[in-house]
Ligand binder design. Structure first.
Ligand SMILES: NC(=O)c1ccc[n+]([C@@H]2O[C@H](COP(=O)([O-])OP(=O)(O)OC[C@H]3O[C@@H](n4cnc5c(N)ncnc54)[C@H](OP(=O)(O)O)[C@@H]3O)[C@@H](O)[C@H]2O)c1
Length: 251
């Protein structure tokens, strides 16, 4: 895609009422894209709409399949979605022995099923058009099982696996697939974390990295480089070494 076309994309971003999604919507609108934003908080979406004439709000709870389909239909009234950034996410810190099943279900519903509902509607449309770009926001927390991440890490591992499943199939229809794996970003989601967050970056910095990676059509977009490389190396650590390190972290 050349620069001129890049600047005319119709982009849909979920989870755009705060944090990474908010910063990305603002940035892509500044770059000239037409941006549709979704989340449940109408007031925060309205605040963003007021900042640029090329941002439109489509309030949505991504756990409601029918609403997801209808919202995509409403967004496409003003033109096909070229790029969908499926970013809405929920996080909670939880010990396995004290599992809150409701929160685990919410993690699965928002993080995983929210993406599936969007794909169910978008993929046939993109296939028929012979083009499109799906970007799934996962996390480095999906690389390996991390302590106290019962309600979160497994959903992000599932998303990384899903993106790998999708890429070869969708490529034949002209659909690009990206998976975005951020390290720590300073947002509402992480603000109360009671543990150190190495290489923490701002949502604006995250948005710059994401926009750059999407424009390059990269499959995996991960940042910041040092922390995500360290997390990635954990994938090839022998189990014994990995669990020893996790026990030290927990202690
Ligand atoms: N911050 C980090 O360090 C970090 C690291 C790795 C990955 N991530 C991922 O990055 C994404 C964005 O997170 P963030 O850090 O920017 O957190 P955030 O500021 O808490 O943003 C989460 C967004 O998801 C939306 N959301 C939550 N439940 C929703 C639902 N049922 N329907 C629609 N929207 C919903 C929220 O909006 P409403 O509440 O208004 O609905 C909000 O806009 C998430 O997928 C997260 O897992 C974050």
């Amino acid at each position: 895609m050349d620069n001129q076309n890049k600047n005319r994309r119709h982009v849909w971003i979920t989870g755009a009422s705060s944090g990474i999604g908010y910063a990305l919507a603002e940035r892509m609108a500044k770059s000239g894209d037409k941006v549709a934003i979704s989340a449940r908080s109408k007031d925060k979406l309205a605040e963003l709409v007021n900042k640029a004439s090329n941002i439109d709000a489509f309030p949505l709870d991504v756990t409601r399949q029918e609403d997801v389909g209808e919202t995509i239909g409403a967004i496409e009234q003003s033109g096909p979605i070229d790029l969908a950034v499926l970013n809405a996410g929920a996080w909670s810190l939880m010990d396995a022995v004290d599992m809150d099943v409701k929160k685990v279900r919410q993690g699965v519903e928002v993080n995983y099923m929210g993406v599936i509902y969007a794909l169910r509607k978008l993929l046939p449309l993109m296939k028929a058009r012979g083009q499109g770009h799906i970007a799934i926001v996962a996390s480095v927390a999906g690389y390996r099982g991390l302590p106290r991440s019962v309600a979160y890490g497994p959903t992000k591992a599932a998303l990384i696996n899903l993106a790998e499943t999708l890429k070869p199939e969708l490529e034949q229809y002209g659909i690009t697939v990206s998976v975005i794996n951020p390290g720590f970003v300073d947002t509402d989601m992480t603000r109360d974390n009671p543990f150190p967050m190495p290489d923490l970056i701002t949502p604006d910095k995250a948005a710059i990295e994401i926009e750059k990676g999407l424009n390059a059509g990269r499959f995996e977009i991960r940042f910041p480089w040092r922390f995500t490389t360290m997390m990635k190396l954990m994938r090839i650590l022998p189990n014994g070494v990995f669990f020893w390190a996790m026990k030290r972290i927990m202690a």
